[in-house]
Ligand binder design. Structure first.
Ligand code: AP5
Ligand code: MG
Ligand code: ZN
Length: 207
């Protein structure tokens, strides 16, 4: 059975970490607008480049991300969607192009989010996620999976993290409320070890 899973949560809630586990466990595609945009940061669009928005912690204009998601979902036989929708317009667009089997919200306290994001490191080569304290690699600065170099994302400075959180509370919390009002939202306490959070999500997805 294929799964169509939507993972919602603030920046740093663990969407990317859990999506990677879900994609592997169920053999489904990890569809993430953040990674897609980072891979095309310098792409010229009629609104400017994604980089100009992302480095400021602001949302990239809807038409750009809607196209990315539409193309990715058209190719997917089962998916976990991470980082989209981020406002009510995107939520409306999504509901017109696909159905969902599970909508999961990872709940994490704001100060924990800031600590997770400012300490995050990502592999430049394969995209694997680390944290200097909570999920440190065997050798500092080097990816366990592929030996690639670990770098800090440009938007993971404390100042930009605070801006991203503001954008989340203003634009994306209404999306969370929307799914809650529809009665389809399952809220999960995201403040536990990654494997424990994954067990909680699996219970929802398979239940
Ligand atoms: P995006 O890349 O989607 O970033 P985000 O939503 O801000 O979320 P993050 O990727 O920062 O956090 P995450 O929840 O994936 O956490 P992770 O698992 O890495 O978007 C970036 C930008 O792109 C946006 O600001 C915007 O400009 C643009 N954009 C993207 N989508 C868009 C859209 N739809 N519309 C418009 N613009 C869009 O975990 C974080 C850290 O915590 C890691 O270090 C990890 O090791 C650690 N960690 C994870 N789980 C745990 C745990 N259980 N315990 C301890 N540590 C943990
Ligand atoms: Mg992510
Ligand atoms: Zn790597």
């Amino acid at each position: 059975m294929s799964h169509r899973i939507l993972l919602l949560g603030a920046p740093g809630a663990g969407k990317g970490t859990q999506s990677a586990k879900l994609a592997e466990a169920y053999g489904i595609d990890h569809v993430t607008t953040g990674d897609a945009l980072r891979a095309n940061k310098e792409m010229e669009t009629e609104y400017g480049t994604p980089k100009s928005f992302m480095d400021a912690g602001e949302l990239v204009p809807d038409p750009v991300v809607n196209e990315i998601v539409k193309a990715a979902l058209a190719d997917a036989d089962g998916f976990v969607l991470d980082g989209y929708p981020r406002n009510l317009e995107q939520a409306e667009y999504l509901s017109a192009i696909t159905d969902l089997d599970a909508v999961v919200f990872l709940d994490v306290d704001e100060e924990v989010l800031v600590d997770r994001l400012t300490g995050r490191r990502v592999c430049e080569a394969c995209g694997a996620n680390y944290h200097v304290d909570f999920q440190s690699p065997e050798e500092a600065g080097v990816c366990d999976e592929c030996g690639g170099e670990l770098i800090q994302r440009e938007d993971d400075t404390e100042e930009t993290v605070r801006e991203r959180l503001e954008v989340f509370y203003e634009n994306t919390e209404p999306v969370v409320d929307h799914f809650r009002e529809e009665g389809v939202l399952v809220e999960i306490d995201g403040e536990a070890a990654p494997d424990e959070v994954f067990d909680r999500i699996q219970t929802v997805v398979e239940g």
